[in-house]
Ligand binder design. Structure first.
Ligand SMILES: Cc1ncc(COP(=O)(O)O)c(C=O)c1O
Length: 282
């Protein structure tokens, strides 16, 4: 059975969903997106994701394609038509279709695409063994806080990581400080067991999972520092992990080929994963 996508007012088989060649998303990456996790048939943290989508749209001065209530209605219909209970909902808005010209076109309606996919079951030993990351220079643009569909630097980083046998790339700025992963937020727990993750700013995407884990960690009474950490600190950490809507909290057990701590998933990441999933599923 073909998946069903919503595109510009119509529900269509995804394999046949089309955009115009002059869509500015296609020509210029002139658009934004967001991905909302789906747990037990419900959109988790929908308000936070839609707030972030609104912010991304406002930063690029792209009009909202429809009200939040209407967007949620379409989103739920896409989930229903695809029979998705656990997975992710993808929303993309571009500036619309117009003859190719860099400046904003006048009187053009934004294009809206909504798709959904099932959550792939994690490989059996992913959680038991944790994953590897490799560090590399962050070559993205200067406004990483906007969830732009222009992801070529992220794509290249992930591919380089995969080619080195790693799960994710950890991107490092000019001062050798870790910004984030190619599609995930980056965390460490120091030798003293204190959590560290970079504060929000233009250098990173404000991850929604990250924001929930920050709250959960505080509720658990863990010490948390919102500050940048260096590659050297990451290598000396007791634990490391990544967060994202599709990976939740995933322990990292190797950085640049070196074991993190004792090389096994640590108790803090394991505890935070369970606590995050309780909130996401509630
Ligand atoms: C660059 C980047 N950082 C972090 C994240 C994690 O964000 P979230 O927790 O909202 O999924 C993503 C997710 O797509 C991302 O692309």
């Amino acid at each position: 059975m073909s998946r069903i996508a919503y595109i510009n007012g119509r529900y269509v088989p995804q394999s046949r969903a089309q955009v115009a060649v002059e869509d500015r998303g296609y020509l210029f990456s002139d658009g934004v997106y967001d991905v909302i996790p789906v747990h037990n048939g419900h959109l988790s943290f929908a308000d936070r994701h839609l707030d972030r989508l609104d912010r991304s749209l406002a930063e690029l001065r792209i009009a909202r394609p429809m009200s939040r209530a209407a967007l949620l209605q379409v989103a739920r219909e896409v989930l229903r038509r695809n029979g998705i209970r656990n997975g992710g909902l993808y929303i993309q808005v571009t500036r619309g279709v117009a003859p190719r010209d860099h400046k904003f076109p006048k009187g053009v309606a934004p294009s809206l695409l909504i798709m959904a996919k099932r959550l792939k079951a994690p490989a059996p030993d992913l959680l038991a063994k944790g994953v590897a990351v490799v560090t590399m220079p962050d070559q993205r643009w200067a406004r990483r806080d906007i969830k732009s569909i222009s992801l070529v630097a992220n794509v290249l980083a992930k591919q380089a990581a995969v080619e080195q046998g790693a799960f994710e790339a950890w991107l490092v700025d000019h001062d050798d400080m870790v910004t984030e992963g190619s599609s995930t937020s980056a965390w460490i727990a120091t030798a003293q067991g204190e959590l560290v993750t970079r504060p929000n700013g233009t250098e990173i995407l404000p991850g929604i999972t990250r924001s929930v884990v920050v709250e959960v960690a505080r509720e658990l009474g863990l010490t948390l520092h919102l500050r940048a950490f260096s590659r050297a600190e990451a290598l000396a950490a007791r634990e490391a992990f990544l967060t994202s809507s599709s990976n939740f909290v995933l322990p990292i057990t190797r950085i640049d080929g070196k074991p993190v701590g004792d090389g096994k998933p640590g108790p803090i990441a394991t505890r935070l994963r369970a606590a995050y999933l309780t909130v996401a599923r509630s």
